[in-house]
Ligand binder design. Structure first.
Ligand code: HEC
Length: 153
């Protein structure tokens, strides 16, 4: 009896795992260049652009570079949640649509989240070692964010 219950549970689990593979979220991929990108409106030197692209853009831009395991559920849902939430908080490709107040606040948050090691997310750097920020990366971003802040103000 116990064996039968275990077998049934295993079969149900497998059917569910196979079944959810057919549900995929829409990918965050834009084919157009955003006219509102921070890079179009403010000075973003190449070294900063590279850091942001490598460490932040997968969750904070209009283009996510998805890993192969994004094809597997429930990982696909989990990654989509991070991308959606990250973009809702801050989208560098839509930065110029923000009010002055919001721009200043987001730049402050960039400085703060990097200093406190909150960004990039730990679950991300675990699989993207190159996204880890060095101390000099952090200093460069902070100096840059402060400079942009002064331009905006
Ligand atoms: C794997 C996805 C991911 C990556 C990569 C990532 N973030 Fe985030 N970010 C999020 C999510 C999800 C949130 C919203 C929830 C939260 O605050 O934890 C967020 C929120 C933020 C916020 C808003 C915080 C607030 O309270 O207003 C800032 C600023 C931010 N991220 C900056 C960055 C910067 C800068 C980088 C790169 C150095 C980065 N993030 C990389 C997912 C990510």
């Amino acid at each position: 009896m116990k064996k039968l219950i275990l077998k049934t549970a295993a079969v149900i689990l497998i059917v569910l795992l196979v079944g959810i593979q057919f549900f995929k979220t829409k990918e965050n991929k834009s084919t157009q260049n955003s006219g509102n990108a921070i890079t179009q409106h403010y000075d973003v030197p190449n070294n900063i652009k590279n850091i942001l692209k490598t460490s932040c853009y997968d969750c904070h831009s209009n283009n996510t570079n998805y890993p192969w395991y994004n094809k597997i559920q429930p990982i696909n849902w989990w990654l989509a949640k991070h991308v959606n939430e990250g973009r809702k908080e801050l989208n560098f490709d839509e930065f110029n649509t923000y009010s002055t107040k919001k721009k200043l606040h987001k730049l402050d948050e960039v400085i703060k989240t990097i200093k406190d090691n909150e960004m990039p997310l730990k679950s991300y750097t675990l699989f993207h070692g190159d996204a880890n920020l060095s101390d000099s990366d952090k200093q460069d971003i902070e100096a840059w964010a402060k400079k942009i802040r002064n331009v905006i103000q």
